[in-house]
Write a protein that binds this ligand. Structure first.
Ligand SMILES: Nc1nc2c(ncn2[C@@H]2O[C@H](COP(=O)(O)OP(=O)(O)O)[C@@H](O)[C@H]2O)c(=O)[nH]1
Ligand SMILES: [Mg+2]
Length: 232
């Protein structure tokens, strides 16, 4: 966390972690498409020839709260492949929160678990405590066959301390919800650690409304109806 008092500008770093091909880059691509131009910078993807990330992706997101606090988010992804251990550790340095993107397919369970353990090790290697770092787990690829059931995911959510969000990142479903949920957990953490609201003069509701306000309005009612299952 960086806070620039004179500019009233808060910078937060959030890292998307997870096994190779779970949909981390897709999350940033979806956010880039869903957020208003004024609320996000360009998506930097350092890529190899295939569709696997070599180093990392970075998407800057920025919005202002009603009381004039500027919030800048630096969203990073890490490469999931085993060989990119050094990159993962470097990208995690100084992160304020992590979003673990799990692949919901049953066959990916082992890869998810290994990557989660790897994340905990690399948080520790950076002097961060995996038990207290604000963490969300996104169960992505809910559209595919043979995925962990909703019931299983609910049980995991009840057992663990992490926020759990289902998603189909390729359609943009659950992507903003994951980020918003992470910001909520992060806000509460910062409030407990640093008396955030007193020092910055921003309440939770105002802090969180910024990211939703940054979402581009749907381009037409018909499209909105199709995507959201009808007008509400
Ligand atoms: N069916 C399906 N495919 C997805 C979803 N999210 C990502 N993918 C695909 O999974 C592959 C890997 O995604 P990518 O974001 O590159 O994974 P990363 O290695 O975690 O960055 C790509 O072919 C994506 O299009 C999803 O929700 N459903
Ligand atoms: Mg990637």
């Amino acid at each position: 966390m960086q806070f620039n008092t004179s500019q009233r500008e808060l910078t937060l770093k959030i890292v998307y972690y997870g096994p190779a091909l779970s949909g981390k880059t897709t999350n940033l691509q979806a956010l880039h498409a869903l957020l208003d131009d004024s609320a996000r910078g360009s998506l930097t993807t350092l890529d190899t020839k295939g569709d696997r990330t070599l180093f990392f992706d970075l998407l800057p997101v920025h919005f202002k709260t009603k009381s004039g606090l500027r919030i800048k988010l630096k969203l990073f992804t890490v490469p999931g492949q085993v060989i990119h251990e050094a990159t993962r550790r470097i990208v995690l340095a100084g992160t304020d929160a992590v979003i673990f993107v799990a692949d919901s397919q049953r066959k990916a369970t082992k890869a998810n678990n290994e990557s989660f353990a790897n994340m905990q090790r690399n948080l520790k290697a950076n002097g961060l405590d995996p038990q207290t770092v604000p963490t969300a787990i996104q169960f992505n690829k809910r559209d595919l066959p043979d995925v962990r059931s909703d019931e299983e995911i609910r049980e995991m959510a009840q057992k663990g301390r992490e926020l759990i969000v289902p998603a189909v990142a390729i359609r943009g479903d659950g992507v903003v919800e994951t980020l918003r949920g992470t910001l909520e957990v992060l806000y509460r953490h910062l409030e407990a650690e640093h008396e955030f609201s007193r020092k910055l003069g921003v309440q939770e509701r105002e802090f969180l409304s910024g990211i939703l306000a940054a979402v581009r309005p749907p381009s037409g009612l018909i499209r909105a109806g199709e995507e959201n299952g009808g007008p509400r």
